[in-house]
Design a protein. Structure first.
Length: 182
């Protein structure tokens, strides 16, 4: 019986050794020390970058600066100028002039809002459902004349809508609504 107990403990000790990593086992304290060393190195690098940036800023303050005028215009898709702006900025280095010229050359198109599709319920009492189909549960009942905003019309006979009065969102068959106003 004693041999079985000793053999069992020997097997358990070997299994524990293997399951804990064997030869590749690294104590958690060593891993934490390595992680802290990495964080400290990153902080030192960031500190060096901050000091370099401060030195460059001091140098730029000490140099005489010429002024340039940057102008920009926002043009809509129809070609009309929507917004104009002019900004005076210091001229510091030749490479900065090229970057400013490139940025000023970019014209951002103005996004015009799409008109909102508002419709009315035509049937006396209509179920608004959780999804596009009769197999979805009813979330609300709408009456004739209730105004709704169409959020999505995939073209399969069902539309996703939002009730103007309550703000509730759901789905309804499109034939139960007035025609689109857009």
């Amino acid at each position: 019986m004693g041999k079985i107990i000793i053999t069992t403990f020997a097997f358990m000790a070997f299994a524990f050794y293997e399951l804990s990593g064997g030869n590749e086992f690294v104590p958690i304290a060593d891993e934490k020390r390595a992680a802290l060393a990495i964080e400290k190195a990153e902080e030192e690098r960031l500190e060096e970058e901050r000091l370099l940036a401060e030195a460059k800023a001091e140098r730029l303050k000490a140099e005489p600066q010429e002024q340039i005028v940057l102008a920009s215009a926002t043009v809509s898709t129809s070609g009309t100028v929507v917004q104009q702006a002019a900004v005076t900025a210091p001229l510091v280095e030749e490479e900065k002039i090229e970057a400013v010229t490139e940025v000023a050359a970019v014209v951002e198109p103005v996004v015009e809002e799409e008109p909102v599709d508002i419709r009315k319920v035509t049937a006396a009492r209509v179920n608004m459902r959780q999804g596009p189909g009769q197999n979805f549960s009813v979330v609300a009942k709408l009456n004739s004349g209730d105004e709704v905003e169409i959020l999505q019309d995939p073209g399969d006979g069902w539309v996703k809508l939002k009730v103007q009065e309550s703000g509730r969102v759901g789905w309804m068959a499109d034939f139960l609504l007035t025609a689109s106003n857009i």
